[in-house]
Write a protein that binds this ligand. Structure first.
Ligand SMILES: *[C@@H]1O[C@H](CO)[C@@H](O)[C@H](O)[C@H]1NC(C)=O
Ligand SMILES: *[C@@H]1O[C@H](CO)[C@@H](O)[C@H](O)[C@H]1NC(C)=O
Ligand SMILES: *[C@@H]1O[C@H](CO)[C@@H](O)[C@H](O)[C@H]1NC(C)=O
Ligand SMILES: *[C@@H]1O[C@H](CO)[C@@H](O)[C@H](O)[C@H]1NC(C)=O
Ligand SMILES: *[C@@H]1O[C@H](CO)[C@@H](O)[C@H](O)[C@H]1NC(C)=O
Ligand SMILES: *[C@@H]1O[C@H](CO)[C@@H](O)[C@H](O)[C@H]1NC(C)=O
Length: 702
C-alpha cells in the first residue's frame, strides 16, 4: 500500500499565512500578560500554554532535525551511531534541559559474510544478489549488508520449498499437497503477522535447514529495484545476557552458551533476500501448484511450491559481540509533583538511514522539546516531571528501553504516570493510535484540537480519523516497539501513535530523507500533526490536576474481551470469576470518575484538596500495575501483564488475555479434564489481576 503523495496534495491546508502569524503574535502577547497573573497550575494558565504549544509548530525545524539525523546510516553499536547520540544530547542541552546519557553493554549481532548459490541440474551455478541494487556499493555507503540479527552462522545445502508466510497453517497446506520441508531450505514471503523469529522457529521445528525471506516487491519503486528487509530474529526483548536486570558494563551477565540465552535465538540460519533474487529461486521450483492466495500480487510468476532439480547453497556468517549502546534522557522537573513521571520516548538507532524508522519520531520528539523549552521561557513549569527518552538498539529487540526499564523498575512502578511512544512517526497518510484503554478519551479529545494536514477542507485529526476507521484505537499486545517493556513488564499505561502504516521501504536502504520528502511527507506537515498530538498528550498528563484517565473505558473493553472468550469457549468452561472481577473493576472505575468530578468542581485549592487529588491520582496511576503478575505469562515469564502481551497461539485471533489463549491451544493436546483445568487456572489468574487493579484504583485495602 504505497502512500499516494507524489503530487503535492492541495489538501495541505492551514499553513500559517502572514495573517495567521500576526494573529498568533497578538495571541502570544496576550498570553504573556496572563501568564504573569495566574498562579502556577491554574487551569486557565494550563490552557494558555497548550495554545502556545500549538501555535509554535514549525515544519522547517522538524525537517532540519530529520535531515541531520539521517545523513548517515546509524546502526546501534556502530561508530556512525555516536554522531546521532551526540546530536540528540546536544539538542536537549542547548535547550537548557537536564540531560544525561545512559550507557549499557549488550549483546548485538553483525554480518560478516553471506552468499546464496543456485546450482542448476546442468552444472550452472548462479550467485544471487543479496543487496539492494542501485545504491552505492558496500561498504562505501556505510550501509551494513542486509541480514537477520542473531541468526546463527552456518552453511546449508538443499532443495527449496516455498512455504508462503511460514505459519503453521501454511505447513498444513503443504502437507496436504504431499510436500515436506524436512531437510529443505524454505523460502518465505513476509506478511503473515508472525515475527521474523517465530517464522524461523516454526521452520526449524518442521525440519527445515535454513530460511530465506523476502518482502513482496513494491512496483512503485520502479528503477530503485527492491529493498531488502533487515531485522532481528531474536525472540523476547532486551539484552539476552542480562534477562531481567540492567546490562551494566561491569555487571553480571550470562554466558553465550547458557540455555536461557540460546533459547532466544533460532537454531537454523536465515537471511533476507531481494524480491528479484527470491523470484529466481521460486521460478525454478517444481512440484505441486501453489494455491492462488499464495501468489504475489502483480509481479510474480510463482506457480509451484517445490521442490525441483535446483539445489541452493546458503551460507551466513555473523558475529555476536558485546557493544556499548546509549540512551539519552532529558528531564523537565515538575514543580508540584516532581516525583510523578510522564515519559515520552522514541528510539534513535536505525537499520539504515532511518528517515521513517525511527527518526521521523526522533525529529518530532526534538521539536516537542524545542516547543516545551519555549513554554518554559514564557513561565511554564509542568506540574509533573516530563522525561524525554531517546532509546538505542530497539531494532535488535527493544534493548535500550528494556535495560533502562529493568534498571529503574521500582521507581517507575511507584512514580510513572504514562509512557508515550512514537516509533515511525510518519510512514504515509492517515492517523493511527494504540493505547491502553484508560487513555482512549484523552486521545480522542486531543485529536480534536490538532489540524489534520491531508484534508481537502479544514478538519481536525479526529474528524479525518473518524471517516477513516471510526477513531479505532488499537491495543498494545504486540512486542514491536519500546512501549513493550513499559506496559508489558512494568505496567505503565502507554500510548503509541503514527501517521500511515505498512510503508514499502521498511528496514531497507531506501528509508532515507529523500524517500520521506518524495513519498511520505513532502512538507513535513504530517510530522507537525504527530508533534501536535504527542505534545498535547504530554502537556495534559503533566499538567492536568487530576490525571485524565477513564477506567470505565477499560472496564468496557475487559467486558468485551470476556464476551469474546465466552463465545469461543461455548459455555464449556465457566467465566464467572472473570465476570465478578470485571464487575468489581467497573464499580471502582465509576467511583473514580465520580470522585474526579467532585474534586474538579471545588473552586479553591487548599492543602486538604491537594492531598485528596493526590490520593485519587495514585489510584489512577497504580491501577494498571494491578494487571501485572509476578509469575508472568506461562513460557514467557518476563512478560508480566496478563491483559496485554505476546501469545504463542497466533491462530486464535484473540489478542488479549494471552495466558488464556495459549492454554486453550495447549489443552487440545491434553485430556479434556486436564485441558479444562489448565484453561480454568488461567481464567482465575486474569480474574485475580483484574481484582488487584480494582483494589489499586479504589486505593483501599480489602
Ligand atoms: C542451465 O540451466 C539454466 C536454467 O535453466 C540456464 O539458465 C542455463 O543457461 C543452463 N546452462 C547451460 C550451460 O546449459
Ligand atoms: C513470467 O511469465 C511470463 C508469461 O508466462 C513470461 O513471459 C516471463 O518470462 C516470466 N518471467 C519469469 C521471470 O520467469
Ligand atoms: C556452499 O558454499 C560454501 C561457501 O561458498 C562452500 O564452502 C561449500 O563448499 C558449498 N557447498 C556445496 C555443497 O556446494
Ligand atoms: C513548510 O511548509 C511550507 C508551506 O507548505 C512550505 O512551503 C515549505 O517548503 C515547508 N518547509 C519544508 C522544510 O518542507
Ligand atoms: C464443548 O463441549 C462439547 C461437549 O463436550 C464439545 O463437543 C465441544 O467441542 C466443546 N466446545 C469447545 C469450544 O471446547
Ligand atoms: C501437541 O503435541 C504435539 C506432539 O507432541 C506437538 O508437536 C505440538 O507442538 C503440541 N501442541 C501444542 C499446542 O502444545
Amino acid at each position: 500500500m504505497p502512500p499516494n503523495l507524489t503530487k503535492p496534495n492541495s489538501g495541505f491546508t492551514s499553513k500559517p499565512s502572514p495573517l495567521c502569524t500576526f494573529v498568533s503574535l497578538i495571541f502570544l502577547l496576550i498570553i504573556g500578560f496572563y501568564t504573569l497573573h495566574y498562579p502556577p497550575g491554574n487551569p486557565k494558565k494550563v490552557l494558555l500554554f497548550q495554545q502556545i504549544f500549538l501555535s509554535s509548530a514549525s515544519n522547517s525545524t522538524i525537517a532540519s532535525y530529520l535531515r541531520s539525523l539521517t545523513s548517515h546510516p546509524h546502526l546501534a553499536g556502530t561508530k556512525p551511531s555516536l554522531e546521532t547520540i551526540h546530536y540528540v544530547k546536544t539538542h536537549f542541552q542547548n535547550l537548557g534541559l537536564e540531560t544525561h546519557t545512559v550507557p549499557f553493554q549488550t549483546l548485538l549481532s553483525y554480518p560478516v559474510h553471506a552468499s546464496v548459490l543456485m546450482h542448476f541440474g546442468n552444472g550452472t551455478v548462479l550467485n544471487l544478489p543479496l543487496n539492494e541494487m542501485g545504491i552505492p556499493s558496500y561498504p562505501s555507503s556505510g550501509l551494513i549488508q542486509p541480514y537477520h540479527a542473531f541468526s546463527p552462522s552456518g552453511t546449508v545445502h538443499g532443495k527449496v520449498v516455498f512455504a508462503n508466510h511460514g505459519r503453521e497453517d501454511d505447513y498444513r497446506t503443504l502437507g496436504l499437497m504431499g510436500v515436506n520441508v524436512n531437510g529443505c531450505i524454505v523460502v518465505i514471503r513476509k506478511g503473515g503477522g508472525l515475527s521474523r523469529g517465530a517464522v524461523v522457529k516454526i521452520a526449524e521445528k518442521k525440519g527445515a535447514l535454513g530460511v530465506l525471506m523476502y518482502a513482496e516487491g513494491d512496483v512503485s519503486k520502479g528503477s530503485f529495484g527492491s529493498g531488502v528487509e533487515r531485522g532481528t530474529v531474536m525472540e523476547g526483548v532486551g539484552d539476552p545476557l542480562t534477562p531481567g536486570w540492567g546490562a551494566d558494563e561491569d555487571g553480571e551477565r550470562l554466558k553465550l552458551e547458557d540455555k536461557k540465552v540460546l533459547q532466544r535465538f533460532p537454531g537454523i540460519p536465515s537471511l533476507p533476500l531481494p524480491f528479484e533474487s527470491a523470484q529466481l529461486i521460486l521460478d525454478s521450483l517444481g512440484g505441486p501448484l501453489a494455491p492462488q492466495e499464495w501468489r504475489d500480487s502483480g509481479r510474480s510468476n510463482l506457480s509451484h511450491v517445490g521442490s525441483g532439480l535446483v539445489m541452493v547453497n546458503f551460507t551466513y556468517q555473523g558475529e555476536k559481540k558485546l557493544a556499548t549502546i546509549y540512551n539519552v534522557v532529558a528531564v523537565i522537573r515538575g514543580l508540584e509533583e516532581p516525583d510523578r513521571y510522564v515519559l515520552m520516548g522514541n528510539h534513535r538507532d536505525a537499520w539504515t538511514y532511518g528517515a521513517v524508522d525511527p527518526n521521523s519520531g526522533t525529529a518530532t520528539l526534538l521539536d516537542i522539546a524545542r516547543r516545551y523549552a519555549l513554554l518554559m521561557r514564557k513561565g511554564w513549569n509542568p506540574r509533573r516531571t516530563i522525561i524525554f527518552c531517546s532509546w538505542d538498539a530497539e531494532e535488535f529487540g527493544m534493548i535500550g528501553s528494556t535495560e533502562w526499564v529493568e534498571q529503574n523498575l521500582v521507581n517507575l512502578g511507584a512514580k510513572a504516570v504514562a509512557y508515550l511512544n512514537v516509533d515511525c512517526a510518519v510512514q504515509g497518510p492517515g492517523f493511527f493510535a494504540g493505547a491502553t484503554p484508560q487513555l482512549d478519551n484523552l486521545i480522542l479529545e486531543v485529536t480534536k484540537k490538532v489540524q489534520d494536514q491531508d484534508s481537502e477542507v479544514v478538519a481536525t485529526i479526529y474528524e479525518k480519523w473518524k471517516t477513516m476507521n471510526g477513531n479505532n484505537i488499537q491495543r498494545l499486545s504486540g512486542v514491536d516497539s519500546d512501549f513493550a517493556p513499559f506496559l508489558q513488564h512494568a505496567g505503565v499505561p502507554s500510548v503509541d501513535i503514527y501517521y500511515g502504516r505498512d510503508f514499502p521501504v521498511y528496514h531497507t536502504a531506501f528509508d532515507s530523507f529523500n524517500w520521506m520528502i518524495n513519498n511520505a511527507d513532502p512538507f513535513f506537515w504530517r510530522h507537525v500533526a504527530v508533534a501536535g498530538v504527542w505534545g498535547l498528550l504530554g502537556l495534559h498528563l503533566a499538567d492536568d490536576p487530576v490525571l485524565p484517565f477513564d477506567y470505565l473505558s477499560y472496564a468496557k473493553q475487559l467486558q468485551e474481551y470476556k464476551d469474546a472468550y465466552s463465545r469461543v469457549l461455548d459455555g464449556n468452561i465457566s467465566l464467572t470469576p472473570l465476570a465478578a472481577s470485571i464487575q468489581e473493576f467497573t464499580s471502582a472505575a465509576k467511583q473514580a470518575n465520580e470522585e474526579t468530578k467532585k474534586l474538579m468542581e471545588q473552586e479553591f485549592t487548599n492543602d486538604l484538596l491537594a492531598l485528596k487529588i493526590r490520593a485519587l491520582n495514585d489510584g489512577l496511576m497504580l491501577a494498571e500495575r494491578g494487571f501485572l503478575d509476578t509469575d508472568g505469562i506461562k513460557g514467557r515469564e518476563w512478560f508480566k501483564h496478563l491483559i496485554y502481551g505476546p501469545r504463542s497461539n497466533y491462530e486464535s485471533g484473540l489478542e488479549f488475555f494471552p495466558g488464556i489463549s495459549d492454554a486453550m491451544a495447549e489443552s487440545k493436546n491434553m485430556s479434556q479434564k486436564d485441558g479444562h483445568a489448565a484453561i480454568k487456572h488461567e481464567i482465575w489468574r486474569v480474574a485475580r489481576a483484574i481484582q488487584r487493579a480494582a483494589a489499586a484504583l479504589k486505593g483501599e485495602l480489602v
